[in-house]
Every structure is written in structure tokens, then in C-alpha cells.
Design a binder for this molecule. Sequence first.
Ligand code: SF4
Length: 286
Amino acid sequence: MGGEATDSDDISRAEYLGDAWLDEDARAAFETESAEGPGLFLAAAGTALVFLTFVLVVAWYLTAPRFGQLWEPLPWVLAGAAVGVVLYLALEYAGVILTVSTGKPILLPLAWQGRLALRFTPIATRMAKPLGKTVDRMVHSFVRVNNAVVESLTGKVAGPVLVLLPRCIQWAECEQPIIEDAEYCKRCGKCPMAELMDIRAGFENVEYYVLTGGRVAADVIKKVRPAAVIGVACERELLAGIELVDEIPVVGIANVRPEGPCLHTQVFIEDFEETLEHFATRKRSG
Ligand code: SF4
């Protein structure tokens, strides 16, 4: 999912989107599904914030005398800067918690909220193992937080809603070229595409693209210029996609992998339809 991925950095990172499960460690660690509520990510982010505060206090305590020898007020200038950073992050964190728990964008300017949860993802994913969770569960929790924040900021959109689906959602033996056009799906019911196509038929201005990788996603977003993006993928790809997209609301729906990564993946249809309903307008009946 590539949003404003017009610069070379974004494109080069996007290439990795389709490669999320290529390494052996990732395959060995796979779970059929990694469902996790927003609490895990919020707990990890809060712990990281407390730890950062502790580190800054200790660092200040150890270095203040030396800085004081250079210039007497310097330790207090540094202390003020550190307090400012911690307060800023704490304010963001409080904003995310309030938004997730109320569904309303509380406390922070709108422009911040779409991205700020991302600030905590690098440390939160590192904390997954010590907390006895897989990285996928931590990322699943982050995606739930992201979705809550994005949906609190965005309702029905005027432009197209772009739905990005992974190729592995298609029945492996199906020869319909749905990568070229989802309309080629004959709705035989052997994979979730049939139900997804039925759902799309009930909404206005929704476009489906079945993707082979991240570079394609970036190209599709540039072509469609969507007002909102819904990505269906594994947690690793969703995180990479959410990181890539700026300015366009993007939410993720983690897939289910009963046969392992990248084969016959499933999607919770009700979750998908609910998410689509949030952004897209239903066609009027009659
Ligand atoms: S539902 Fe569509 S994509 Fe899935 S196997 Fe049938 S024809 Fe192929």
C-alpha cells in the first residue's frame, strides 16, 4: 500500500511488502491467526514511554555535573528539553488511548493522529518476545489501534475506496486472472473472493485490486488516487503498508492463514464489510 509513495525510498521499501514471509524464521513463527486487541500495543507503548523517562532521568543525573562545568545553566536547559520530549510523547500517547477508548479524536490536532501510533511501533515490536507474544500479535494489536484512530478521523469519503487484496486469497488452482481485474472472478465460492465481490456490488465507488507485491500497491494507489485504502494482508505487510501511506486514511484487516502463509488465506467477512461500510456509501436499493 503505497499512498504518497512517490519518492524512491518509499518505492524501494514497498518492494519488500510481498516478501514478508520469505525468510525461514518468519515461516517457522507463523500462526494461523494472530488476533489481538489494542491493549497489547498500548501497554507496550506505555511501558516504552516509562522506560524512556527512566533512561533520560538516569542519563541526566550522571552527566549533569560535567555539563555544569561547561556552563552552569546547561544541565537545566537539557533537563527542560528532555521534559519537553517526554511530555510531547505522553500527550500523543494519551491522545491515542482516549481516541481508541472513545472512538473520537480527542486531545490532539487531527493532523497528528493518523500517524502518531506509528512512532511507538519499532520499540513495541521489540517488546513482543519479552511479553511472551509474537511480533505478529503485537502488530495485529497496532493495526487495531491504527484502525481506531483513522476511523475516528474519517467517515464516509467522497472519492474511491481502494481495497487491496493479497494474491493468496485466491484458490490456488483457480485460473481466473483476478490480478488483472477482480471482475474475472466467477464467484464459484471456493475462496473468499466470491463473497467479497458480492459485498462490493452493494457499494458505490469501491475498487478492488488483487496484488502480487508492494511495488504494485504503490502503483495502484498512484493510479486510483483513492480517498481511503483498506488493506487485507498478513500483519507484516499491513505494518509496512501503513508505514508507507501518508495523508490517505489507511486501515488494515489481518487475514487468517489456516494453511500457512501465502496459501488459501481467509478474511473475516463481517469485519471487512463493517470496515467498508465505514468509508463507502451503500447503493440505494430500487
Ligand atoms: S471465487 Fe473467484 S477467485 Fe475464488 S476460486 Fe472461485 S472464481 Fe476463482
